[in-house]
Design a binder for this molecule. Structure first.
Ligand code: TXA
Ligand code: MG
Length: 586
């Protein structure tokens, strides 16, 4: 990572904001960098003929400028000043696929600075088909050099929110054009020679190119199926989430099937099983090796439904699903791939099981991107992009969510003085650092999480010990001096979605008095056990969480107590928010 400096109060422009669009266009002319939509992925653009402006793109992306950039145009007449030669193959490709998800590499003219082409004597030209993009380019009035608008090392952005997460404060403006329709970057074709060569597969497939060139040129059929030489300057980690990615290849005759349909034939049942069981078996195998593993699944509805039908609660507690629609739909999978990788990565899963497709159409581009994500393992796995960004601080625009609900956890101790204050304070700190949150089932619904505490035998209104406050501040940097104790009552249990007690006896006492609360009240230890989380101590024995009130002890006992609770709650956090019907949003 290069040093990035937050220097902008970034302007966010909605699709109906003409004034904002004009400001961004003017900024481009003044040498600034703007994030903009295309039908493939979002781009990070600057005036292609202004060398200094182009350098700023690399500063915002956090990587050195030795990868060639694509030049975006809104009208084919612009090509003349950018290239020195248009081969007949290039002309045929542009006639057939522009505007659209293709980049055609041609010999560059002297006008294109080497900062754009990384010193190559060729330049990639792309004319997007996204209407808002084309309006913006036209307003800007100059050719716009742009790579994908992701932070170096994270997947290409397919929504304005992705761009915002990676670029807020680092660019002049970001234009929101909605979700990118294709979701994968353009097909890059080198058309400088007689035989066009696909350098990067995309939505314009080799079959489509063969077909088009047959009608225009003598190069028909020149491209071998699946022939994909690597593009120069592709050494940077693209498409990479911060965890391991395992590809689960779908059966060839995969088709959409409704698992709930009453009239399923035996053949359909068999197909459903063949589609979903490899994911479930692989997840079970991973959990066997590591009972604390958290597993993301990027697949379709059939897989999700069958996994929940399997009725294995412990397995389910460890799974995070991202469904792109029908499991067999490669267009939907491509459209959602980068969003899925980002969202699952954000759930801090250890591994993602992602659907793989066989085929030589769009499947080639999809598998190319997915393989790149899966190819990075062990030491090669980059640190989470979000760690580079710093946790939290991703503000979601107020109008993003269709709706927001609240969900909460209650920590119960005996007196709600020291342990209560610490649990509530630690969890609140986690919420602040790991937010924002959305509904586990629907990213368009936001969730406000909170934590509170109460004591079974608490006197009302007591403050935590001074040593608790000091220890808390030392460990978290935050404060719990404001905490005052509360007596636990059934109305408090009722107003929380999950109740966690410090000791087994406390949970037992609550459930004894209120058996209806079964399933919502756990001790920290029984909660872990319910998730199949078996922790062993150094002596190999199963560890249960036992945390004593440090009252009356030395300062270091207080410190140790806060640190231990912090460690437990960090482990439990993803499980708790899942039970609160929430997940981390990005
Ligand atoms: O869909 C897209 O192409 C998106 C949108 C924003 O237009 N852009 C994009 O840019 O994906 P970027 O920089 O992330 O990827 C550009 C790819 C790189 O693999 C680069 O090596 C290749 O295109 N490329 C660009 N100019 C080239 C050239 N002159 N010769 C060979 N490869 C080139
Ligand atoms: Mg890129």
């Amino acid at each position: 990572m290069m040093d990035r400096k937050k220097i902008y109060d970034t302007l966010f422009v909605s699709s109906s904001d003409d004034e904002g669009l004009a400001k961004c266009a003017e900024a481009i002319r003044n040498g600034e960098v703007v994030g903009f939509p295309t039908e493939t992925v979002y781009g990070l653009g600057a005036d292609a003929l202004n060398e200094n402006a182009v350098r700023r793109i690399f500063e915002a992306k956090g990587r050195p400028g030795d990868n060639p950039l694509i030049v975006h145009i809104w009208d084919k007449s612009q090509i003349d000043e950018l290239v020195s030669e248009v081969t007949s193959a290039a002309k045929a490709l542009m006639d057939a696929f522009m505007p659209g998800p293709i980049t055609v590499i041609m010999r560059k003219s002297d006008k294109v600075p080497s900062a754009v082409t990384a010193g190559l004597d060729t330049v990639g030209i792309r004319m997007p088909s996204h209407p808002l993009c084309n309006r913006f380019l036209k307003l800007a009035g100059c050719p716009v050099a742009a790579p994908s608008a992701n932070l170096s090392g994270s997947p290409s952005p397919t929504t304005a929110l992705h761009v915002r997460n990676d670029m807020d404060g680092y660019v002049f403006g970001i234009i929101d054009g909605g979700e990118c329709q294709v979701g994968l970057e353009s097909t890059v074709v080198d058309a400088t020679g007689e035989v066009p060569v696909i350098l990067r597969p995309g939505a314009v497939t080799s079959a489509m190119i063969d077909e088009a060139l047959k009608t225009h040129t003598e190069y028909a059929g020149a491209l071998g199926k699946g022939q994909v030489p690597s593009s120069p300057g592709m050494k940077y980690r693209h498409y990479a989430p911060g965890c391991e990615v395992v590809i689960i290849t779908l059966p060839e005759d995969c088709e959409a099937i409704d698992p709930y349909a009453e009239d399923l034939t035996d053949e359909q049942k068999q197909k459903l099983f063949e589609m979903a069981s490899p994911f479930i078996l692989k997840a079970q195998e991973i959990l066997k090796g590591n009972p604390a593993a958290r597993i993301g699944i990027f697949a379709g509805d059939e897989v999700r439904t069958l996994a929940s039908m399997a009725g294995d609660d412990i397995l389910s507690a460890h799974l995070e699903f991202y469904s792109y629609g029908d499991t067999s739909d490669v267009e939907a999978a491509s459209h959602c791939l980068f969003d899925g990788l980002r969202l699952l990565d954000r759930q801090e899963v250890d591994v993602i099981l992602a659907a793989g497709f066989k085929g030589d159409g769009l499947e080639v581009a999809y598998m190319n991107r997915l393989s790149k994500a899966a190819g990075l393992q062990g030491d090669d796995v980059p640190s989470r992009a979000y760690e580079a960004l710093g946790e939290g601080g991703n503000e979601v625009p107020l109008d993003y969510f269709d709706d927001v609900f609240t969900s909460s956890v209650l920590f119960v101790s005996d007196d709600d003085v020291n342990l209560g204050a610490v649990c509530e304070g630690l969890f609140t700190d986690l919420i602040r650092r790991k937010g924002p949150f959305c509904s586990a089932d629907d990213v368009k619904i936001g969730v406000e999480l909170y934590a509170e505490s109460a004591g079974l035998y608490a006197e009302e209104g007591r403050e935590p010990d001074a040593l608790t406050c000091e220890a808390f501040t030392k460990v978290t940097g935050g404060t719990v001096t404001h905490h005052i104790s509360r007596h636990a009552e059934v109305s408090i249990y009722d107003s929380n979605d999950l109740v966690l007690t410090i000791s087994d006896a406390q949970a037992f006492e609550i459930l004894n008095a209120y058996p209806d609360l079964e399933g919502r009240v756990f001790s920290l230890s029984s909660y872990m056990a319910s998730k199949g989380l078996v922790m062993r101590g150094e002596d190999g024995r199963v560890a249960s969480i036992s945390i004593r009130d440090p009252k009356g002890q030395e300062a270091d006992v207080y410190l140790h107590t806060v640190s231990a609770l912090k460690a437990w709650l960090e482990i439990l956090f993803p499980y708790i928010i899942k039970d609160l019907n929430a997940k981390r949003f990005c």
